[in-house]
Design a protein around this ligand. Structure first.
Ligand SMILES: *[C@@H]1O[C@H](CO)[C@@H](O)[C@H](O)[C@H]1NC(C)=O
Ligand SMILES: *[C@@H]1O[C@H](CO)[C@@H](O)[C@H](O)[C@H]1NC(C)=O
Ligand SMILES: [Ca+2]
Length: 371
């Protein structure tokens, strides 16, 4: 570091005096502009990424009041299952009672490329914090109306699941063994989590889906007076989940992952389950919007053509290993950085001492030669 610094200052001194003074004045100025231009172009490309979009509410994939015909045989776009019940105010997937499970499934496969689902939900019950469960899930899957252990849906599902997990199984399990999490790996419940299944990936209920987690966030969603919302956007293979649970009418980022491949023609659904612990799991509405790009660059069009060629048949997530690795590295990066700095400083001091010793000996021997 010191060596390059001195050599560059030497370079400047070598410049002709006339040139150097003017240059020194204009250089920062030019740099300034270069940086501004760079920022502008970066912004430009970001704006390009932020396509101008139009949203169309698709009634055939939406579930809204007054839930006309829902639950009656064949006369609605939605099918009720298990303990689910329709009232004037909501579709109650489970009541606040033990060992219930319920679901509502779309009857129509969705063939939209890009979409956005806004879920208006309510989770409430008598149980105190962590004495309630188990949660609910929103689905976009190949299978429909299958019962099972994953929030009331089958395991090894094929497609996307977004879970609102209200009971920390793993934490309780560790607590029973008198073990503790390191604060870094602990997730505060209720926890929102996304998972993509391909038909042979199992959801680990005992670990709250940690091994297959794509990302997630904490969301205090129980027993609230204000409305609570979940937002799932699938746009150009990018999965974005946001929540609005604070009553501020603001979307808060939860997860955002590129390279999520979901086939067309899957079904939307919502499911919930209770076990020893329970809650009312209510869906007030599911609103599905089709996303259409009004303005897009040439590159995108080419990309789109490319994408159309290889049709997706099995759900998957690109660079899943990197995603996982990233999480691990993120967790340890602070420590790594600390030790990197510590050791480089120690190394620097060591070299400095050696240098001084060598220099003083060399100086001494030179003096000896001269005298
Ligand atoms: C599903 O994903 C797992 C894990 O990524 C992989 O080992 C398996 O081959 C995949 N199965 C299919 C049918 O693609
Ligand atoms: C799910 O898939 C795993 C691994 O492929 C398998 O061991 C398990 O039996 C499957 N479970 C169900 C319920 O099909
Ligand atoms: Ca759980």
């Amino acid at each position: 570091m010191a060596a390059t610094g001195s050599s560059s200052s030497q370079h400047r001194n070598h410049n002709s005096p006339l040139g150097s003074t003017t240059k020194r004045k204009t250089m920062p100025f030019k740099l300034h502009w270069a940086i501004i231009c760079l920022i502008l172009t970066l912004n430009g490309s970001l704006a390009d990424d932020d396509h101008e979009m139009e949203e169309f509410l698709k009634r055939e994939y939406s579930l809204t009041k007054p839930y006309q015909g829902v639950g009656s045989l064949g006369s609605s776009h939605w099918e009720l299952m298990g303990d689910a019940m329709v009232t004037t105010e909501q579709v109650r997937l489970t009541p606040d009672m033990q060992s219930r499970q319920g679901a509502v499934w779309s009857r129509m496969p969705c063939n939209l490329q890009d979409w956005e689902m806004q879920v208006h939900f309510k989770i409430h019950g008598q149980g105190k914090k962590n004495l309630n469960g188990d949660g609910m899930a929103i689905w976009y899957t190949k299978e429909r109306t299958q019962k099972g252990p994953v929030f009331g849906n089958m395991d090894n599902f094929t497609g996307l699941g977004v879970f609102l997990d209200t009971y920390p199984n793993e934490e309780k399990h560790l607590e029973a063994q008198k073990k503790r999490y390191s604060p870094r790996t602990q997730r505060v419940f209720p926890f929102v989590l996304a998972m993509v299944g391909n038909g042979s990936i199992s959801y680990d209920h005992e670990r709250d889906g940690r091994p297959t987690e794509l990302g997630g966030c904490s969301a205090m969603v129980r027993n609230l007076k204000h409305d609570t919302f979940l937002f799932i956007r699938y746009f150009r293979r990018r999965l974005t989940v946001m929540i609005d649970v604070d009553g501020q009418h603001e979307w808060r980022d939860c997860l955002d992952i590129p390279g999520v491949r979901l086939p067309l023609g899957y079904y939307f659904g919502a499911t919930a389950i209770t076990g020893d612990l329970s809650d009312n799991h209510d869906v007030v509405s599911l609103k599905l919007y089709q996303l259409t790009v009004l303005r897009g660059g040439k590159e995108e069009e080419e990309e789109e053509e490319e994408e159309e060629e290889d049709e997706i048949t099995i759900p998957s997530v690109d660079n899943l290993e990197l995603l996982r690795l990233g999480e691990v590295e993120e967790g340890s990066s602070g420590i790594v950085l600390f030790f990197t700095i510590l050791f480089s400083m120690l190394g620097f001091i060591f070299l400095l001492v050696i240098g001084l010793v060598v220099y003083s000996q060399w100086n001494e021997s030179r003096r000896k030669r001269f005298y």
